[in-house]
Design a protein around this ligand. Structure first.
Ligand code: SAM
Ligand code: SF4
Length: 336
């Protein structure tokens, strides 16, 4: 809230029935992707001819309204955001919205090497790059693409371009990359990045693969503590991650364990899908449609009301433990 408040102006903020506040929005800009990660789109992206993704103007309107409701950080995600030709315009539009102090993006790194500078110049300040293996063959086995070297070069390019907050997302996968923890830790010695180890989450289209590849983060946590890593106190922006540092390492580890107790207590994020639906939880409901209120700027206060009304339905926790992943077929569909 601005202080002192302007006379006569009503300030609303995003807070749910469990006193959780939301300063962070994940905004999906496309469902399309060029990778075939085994746990997400194993058969590749299949375009649905009827779907059209939010335009730059619609993105501006939704992002502006969330900023007015107190959102400070917006992460562009997908699908693969770099599939959008107008991505630089999207970044610039969001970065110029009053109140937004951090534009972040999650990417598979495909175009990073060539585009990092352009994206930084447009206003991108934080980047999560997904790298599930540091072994090129294993990387290809998991993602369907032989591109590890190119993506690592992309990380360097992002650092050179000036992006200071860089994280690497790695999904923990039994029998696929769980033997690589030592290699990842070795890599972090001289890499000033945060490696986010994410437990595999079960989604609607995931069958036996979940049972086969789900690996709990708890043994990883136990090993880190044994080896002198120190758990950090939670930052407002960490959300549900447990973060660990070590005096001998430039990098950090962030563990994301959605099946652990109290995971949802620190939920600090809302999502808008690439077709303009508000999702209160990654594993929630159908979503609240917002797109009809993104057509002209004058719809802004109606849009605020719909968002605030929608938020009253946010549940305390997901039901993943019961194998219930809501309507989410895979994370590309809603923006992971
Ligand atoms: N295409 C981009 C990428 O891969 O970084 C952005 C979208 S992707 C859905 C966002 C993140 O979700 C990635 O780090 C990906 O590894 C992760 N992810 C996808 N499906 C997942 C699942 N079932 N469980 C855990 N993480 C998942
Ligand atoms: Fe594409 Fe990202 Fe899903 Fe992999 S995790 S298939 S890169 S959307």
């Amino acid at each position: 809230m601005h202080w002192p408040p302007e006379f006569g102006k009503v300030y609303m903020m995003l807070q749910d029935g469990f006193s959780r506040r939301f300063h962070y929005l994940r905004l999906s800009v496309t469902e399309a992707c060029n990778f075939r990660c085994t746990y997400c789109l194993p058969d590749g992206y299949r375009p649905d001819g009827r779907k059209s993704f939010l335009t730059v103007d619609e993105i501006r309107r939704v992002a502006t309204t969330f900023a007015e409701l107190g959102v400070k950080k917006i992460r562009l995600t997908g699908g693969e955001p770099s599939m959008r030709r107008d991505l630089p315009a999207i970044i610039e539009t969001v970065a110029n919205i009053s109140g937004i102090d951090n534009v972040a993006m999650t990417t598979n790194g495909y175009r990073l090497k060539d585009r990092a500078q352009q994206w930084f110049d447009a206003g991108l300040r934080s980047l999560n790059v997904s790298i599930d293996s540091l072994d090129p063959r294993q990387f290809q086995l998991i993602t369907g693409e032989n591109k590890l070297a190119e993506i690592l070069a992309g990380l360097d390019a992002a650092q050179q371009a000036g992006v200071r907050k860089i994280k690497v997302n790695t999904v923990l996968l039994k029998n696929l990359n769980d033997h690589e923890l030592s290699q990842f830790l070795f890599w972090l010695k001289n890499q000033p990045i945060q490696l986010r180890l994410i437990e595999l989450m079960q989604t609607g289209e995931m069958d036996a693969r979940f049972q086969k590849h789900h690996q709990s983060g708890l043994p990883v946590k136990a090993r880190l503590l044994r080896e002198g890593w120190i758990q950090q106190s939670r930052d407002l922006t960490d959300g549900p991650a447990e973060v660990f540092s070590h005096p001998d390492y430039q990098g950090q580890i962030g563990l994301i364990m959605p099946y652990s107790k109290d995971f949802c207590a620190n939920c600090n994020r809302l999502r808008v899908s690439s077709v303009g639906k508000l999702h209160l939880c990654l594993f929630g409901e159908e979503g609240v449609p917002l797109r009809d209120l993104l057509q002209v700027d004058e719809q802004n206060s109606e849009l605020q009301s719909r968002i605030l009304q929608g938020l009253t339905h946010k549940r305390e926790t997901h039901f993943l433990h019961e194998g219930n992943s809501g309507v989410t077929p895979h994370l590309a569909s809603i923006g992971g």
